[in-house]
Design a protein around this ligand. Sequence first.
Ligand code: HPA
Ligand code: ZN
Length: 336
Amino acid sequence: SSIHSFLQALPKVEHHMHIEGALSPSLIFKLAAKNGIELPKDDSAFSSVESLVERYKHFTSLDDFLHYYYIGMSVLLSAGDFEALAWDYFQHAAADGVVHAELFYDPQAHTSRGVSYSTIVSGISAARKRAESEFGITTELICCFLRHLPVSDSLMAFDSSEIQASFKDGSVIGIGLDSTELDKPPHLWKELYAKAATQELNLTAHAGEEGPAEYITDALASLHISRIDHGVHLIDDPELMASVAKEGIMLTVCPISNVVLKCFPSIKDVPIRKFLDAGVRFSINSDDPAYFGGYILDNYCAVDDAFQLSAEEWKSVCRAAIEGSWCSEERKAELL
Ligand code: HPA
Ligand code: ZN
C-alpha cells in the first residue's frame, strides 16, 4: 500500500535493537548443528523451527522471553557466527529503510560461556563494515550489562581490559542496562554508570518496561542517563512525563515488543499518541525482532495502523530519532 511505501522510504534510525535478538529460529538450529550444541531436550519448543516460532507467540512476560533469548544465543561461538547474526539483521535493516543503527549486545552472556570478548566484537564489526559499504548503513555499538547477574559482575566486566580497549578505540560508544527488570532498581548500578560517565561514554538503561515509573525516576536521578530504553511506564507519572519532555530525554519505544511481552494488551494501548501530545521525544524500534515477529518497519506500520500519524508527524518522529542519536555531528547533519 502507499502508506507502507511511505513508511519504508522514511530515513529510519534504530536505537533499541539487541543484536542477539536478531537470532532467528532457523539460524539457531543451523548454528546448533554446526557447533555441536544440544538444545534443551525437555522442552518441546525445541523440536523444530516451526515449534519454536509457535512458542514465541505465547510469551507471558519479559523473563519468559529472556529464558528463550539466553538459550538461543548459546549457539553463538565463533566470530563468523556473530558476523552471520549481524549480517542477517543488516539485510532486514536495509530492506526496511534503516540509515543508522545503534546496536546493543550482551557480552556477559557470551564471556560466561567461554566466548571471548574479541570474538563477539570482531564478528559484529565485520558485518558492520559490510553494512556500511554495501548498504550505506552507519552503526554504533552500545555495551549492555545484565541486571539478573550480581552488580559485581557488571563492574568486573566493565573494568576488563578488552571492554576498556573497545571504549578507548571508539568501537563502542556507550553503555546500557538490560535483562530482568523487576526487583532490580537502577540505583544498584550507580557505581558502574559513574565510572562510565568519567570515560565520557553515552549512557542509557532499560527502565519502565515491566517496572514502574519510579524506576525511570531512579534511573534518571542515579545513573544520569540521556536516553531511556522503553520508558513506557512514564505514562503513569504525569509530572515526570512533563519533566522528561522539557529535558528532551528520548525514549526508545518498542511497540511490538510491549505487546508480545504483555506490557500492554494491544498497540493501541502503547502511549504513542499521549507522548506526541505531551511533547515527549521517542524513537520507534524493534528490540528483539526475531523473537517478536517484527522488524522496525513492522513496528512503524503497527503504530500507523493504531494511531494514524500524519505525514508531518512521521517526519518529526524520524527527525527526533536522528537528533537523539549518538553518531557524529557530521553524520547527523547528513541524515537531517
Ligand atoms: N528488556 C530487557 N532486556 C532485554 C530486552 C528487553 O526488552 N531484550 C533483550 N534483553
Ligand atoms: Zn530491549
